[in-house]
Design a protein. Structure first.
Length: 157
């Protein structure tokens, strides 16, 4: 997904507002989750979103998203954000984040999603780390006891 930073997207310093960028990230990752599951999806969580470099008025923002792993009804999606100033020829990665989506039926109830089969080395690496990230999210949300987070034990042992 590509967007042009316009005056209505910026703060008083002519930098892209964080909320606008988070909206774009939510949209691009929802599309990715919908394509994988062929279902309606809702945002369940957004991991740590930190803003390393300001994106300025007139910059072109490119967002890429891909499902990294599918669980029962949820999917982890990895988003990368790049900013480009076309006249100066500069381009940089602004940041990346993981969002989680849940597929739902017409009544809003969670519904199973297809399995994801990673193919490339990068896809396999993201796939392998997804269970650890999921367990960490669940522990932090107090939906899983730390002692039940089997994938996290290897990190701290």
């Amino acid at each position: 997904m590509t967007e042009l930073v316009l005056p209505n997207d910026t703060n008083t310093l002519n930098n892209l507002m964080g909320g606008r960028l988070m909206h774009w990230m939510d949209v691009v990752s929802a599309i990715s989750a919908q394509k994988h599951s062929n279902r309606i999806v809702v945002t369940a969580s957004a991991d740590n979103i930190s803003f390393r470099n300001p994106i300025q008025l007139g910059d072109v923002v490119t967002l890429t998203a891909k499902v990294t792993r599918a669980f029962n009804s949820s999917m982890e999606v990895y988003i990368e954000v790049f900013a480009e100033n076309i006249p100066s020829g500069t381009k940089f990665k602004s940041h990346s984040a993981f969002f989680t989506f849940v597929a739902v039926d017409q009544g809003g109830r969670p519904i199973d999603v297809p399995e994801l089969v990673p193919e490339t080395a990068e896809e396999k690496e993201l796939f392998e780390g997804a269970l650890r990230r999921r367990q960490l999210r669940l522990v932090l949300a107090k939906r899983m006891k730390p002692e039940d987070a089997t994938e996290l034990k290897s990190i701290f042992d």
